[in-house]
Design a protein around this ligand. Structure first.
Ligand code: CA
Length: 234
């Protein structure tokens, strides 16, 4: 196996979908392992050391939520893309909250899945342990971009989601400049299904609560009325 070949672990119990996924991913030169039983996931992770996992929500013996929660509690950091059936909007939110990095709704296009896999692997690579540790200081608040943690006064520590790290990265690249909601939607959400500018507002507000000492009077992650947002740094 070539040294740079990435391992992808697929946890899915639908044979036709497994066939398509394996075929597509192997054609893209990924090293693919498939399991269909939720109870076997942890053993398979230990054995294959995946770079990324594709996780179906509905599985025999254990569901995708439970699995995702366990792998995060075991401190595995590889990206997880969750597969959900149509009309499971509420489940997507739960999925992201318990540590999935992305989700895709069945039925989905193979190209879309491949694009997301590439994006997640690229990010994971940029933030791998061997990569540079990046600390962003916002006044008394320190953000460890590598660990995705915020260290605030009074020993308060907040965890950042992958999405929140991406938002900060994008704002940081354009620090002290106004960024529109549409720009964030395009660059951070890549116009995912069912997102709109309100999605951006909700995420910024949550992020602000994590990175500002006084979120009601933000000093760094500020709103520019009628324009969008700006990350103010010195
Ligand atoms: Ca299933």
């Amino acid at each position: 196996m070539p040294e740079n070949q990435k391992n992808i672990l697929i946890v899915e119990d639908e044979p036709s979908l497994v066939f398509t996924l394996r075929d597509t991913l192997e054609a893209e030169n990924y090293n693919v392992t498939v399991i269909s039983d939720g109870a076997e996931v942890i053993d398979a992770i230990k054995e294959t050391e995946p770079d990324l996992m594709i996780l179906d929500l509905m599985l025999p013996n254990r569901d995708g939520y439970e699995i995702c929660e366990e792998i995060r509690s075991l401190k595995y950091t590889f990206p997880v893309i969750m597969l959900t059936a149509r009309d499971q909007e509420i489940d997507k939110v739960t999925g992201l909250n318990i540590g999935a990095d992305d989700y895709i709704t069945k039925p989905f296009g193979v190209k879309e899945l491949l694009a997301r896999i590439t994006a997640r692997l690229r990010r994971a690579n940029a933030y791998s342990k061997s990569g540079p540790v990046e600390i962003l200081k916002l006044g008394p608040v320190k953000i460890d971009m590598n660990e995705a943690k915020v260290y605030k006064p009074d020993d308060i520590i907040e965890d950042l989601s992958t999405r929140e790290v991406e938002i900060i990265e994008h704002l940081l690249k354009n620090a002290n400049m106004p960024i529109s909601r549409d720009d964030l939607l395009e660059k951070v959400w890549r116009y995912e299904y069912s997102t709109n500018t309100r999605t951006v507002d909700v995420h910024i507000s949550k992020l602000r609560a994590k990175v500002e000492v006084n979120p009601d009077d933000p000093r760094y992650l500020v709103t520019l009325h009628g324009v969008g947002y700006m990350l103010k740094i010195n």
